[in-house]
Design a protein around this ligand. Structure first.
Ligand code: EPU
Length: 354
């Protein structure tokens, strides 16, 4: 029988990369699918509701958490199979993402190098379909295992069943109507499997990578060299959460129709935008926030990172006082208002606000 240990009044300061001070009334460390099944068998524990905390790199805590916090610590990484074209590699939801990417390369399995240094854990990676430098998680995804938190049943989903979109999946949706498919608040991911190509080809289209290759005089980089370039680019542009609290990009890049984009371009010819394969256009939110003059600005102990306006930061190292979730959200609201007034676009936060 699985014995669950409930921890009370736990400080979450070190469990969220924003470094916001908050406490969990009750916290359980989840080390296996069996732990989740044991929880399902004790409905009283789940009655206040529950939230999943992975690496805490995609949350804003706006106060103490009254729901049961499930801290994902399912570990392990291994080769679990292969087909003609792929190695199938699996990792536990609690494995550190960057550590996992580095490990796959050490084993000689390439394909995740463009996603190096993304904060967080493996279990969160499909939830928001993490993406960077021309690769999205869905490009390398094989399947995942999750536990149904109503029945305790373990089930597997393939890529199509995950409903991946830009920073989106079924795990971000609650079913609004009968028949809708949404797993937010219903299931918890315990393991993720990746299909890594046996014949590898680098993905080098992203402008920052092109620039870096030119700078280094590289033409035909190895996967390790791509990994190193991504680490260098990210380190130069994005704050290290161990030093400056942040949750990565704070807003999603808005996706609009060609008509809306043309209308904005007629007023704002310099706006950075990317045509998408389906005919829509993605606008660079960081550019818009920067254009509104927010880069490097702050409100209270929350600020806009000086080298990337899409990233909001905890000014704690500078001010000596930790930002509250309220301060972060006040700043986010002021940015949303500026961008809406100038561009007519509503920016949507990327992290989960708790
Ligand atoms: N830009 C500015 N000023 C700024 C920030 C950006 O002018 O302050 C311009 C840049 O010069 C560039 C454009 O906006 O022309 C886009 O910037 P960048 O290449 O830095 O990428 P992003 O769209 O801001 C996205 C992801 C990042 C990912 C990078 C690289 C989202 C929400 N963010 O950022 O993901 O690392 O591309 O692929 O899609 C994350 O999700 O947490 C994250 C860091």
């Amino acid at each position: 029988m699985t014995i669950l240990r409930i921890e009370h009044n736990v400080a979450l300061d070190d469990y969220n990369t924003f470094g916001i001070a908050a406490r969990a009334r009750e916290l359980v460390r989840v080390r296996s699918a069996a732990d989740l099944q044991a929880l399902v068998e004790q409905p009283a524990l789940l009655r206040p509701g529950w939230i999943v905390l992975g690496g805490g790199s995609n949350v804003v805590l706006t106060g103490d958490v009254g729901k049961l916090v499930l801290k994902m610590e399912v570990m392990g990484k291994q080769l679990v199979g292969e087909d003609d074209k792929h190695w199938i590699v699996q990792a536990g939801a609690g494995e550190n993402w960057h550590g996992f990417v580095a490990w796959t390369l050490q084993q000689g399995w390439s394909g995740l190098e463009n996603l190096a240094l993304i904060p967080g854990v493996v279990g969160s990676s499909p939830v928001q379909n993490i993406g960077a430098y021309g690769i999205e998680l869905q490009d390398r995804f094989h399947s995942l295992e999750a536990v149904d938190m109503e029945t305790g049943r373990i089930f597997t989903l393939d890529a199509a069943q995950c409903g991946f979109g830009y920073r989106d999946s079924v795990f971000k949706h609650t079913p609004a109507r009968a028949g809708d498919y949404g797993l937010a608040g219903k299931a918890i991911i315990t393991h993720v499997r990746f299909a890594l190509p046996k014949v590898w080809k680098p993905e080098l289209d992203y402008l920052d990578l092109q620039r870096k290759m030119q700078e280094l005089g590289l033409h035909d980089p190895t996967a390790q060299q791509v990994f190193d370039m991504v680490v260098a680019i990210r380190s130069a542009k994005l704050p290290n959460p161990a030093e400056i609290g942040n949750a990565g990009s704070f807003f999603k890049n808005p996706v609009v129709s060609q008509e809306v984009c043309d209308d904005i371009i007629s007023r704002e010819p310099k706006i950075v935008h990317y045509p998408m394969p389906d005919g829509t256009v993605k606008l660079a939110a960081g550019w818009m926030i920067d254009a509104c003059g927010w880069r490097g600005k702050s409100m209270g102990n929350a600020g806009v990172y000086s080298k990337q306006a899409l990233v909001l930061v905890n000014r704690y190292p500078e001010t000596g006082v930790r930002a509250t979730g309220g301060e972060v959200m006040t700043l986010a609201g002021a940015i949303q208002t500026s961008v809406y007034e100038r561009f007519g676009i509503r920016l949507e936060p990327e992290p989960v606000v708790l």
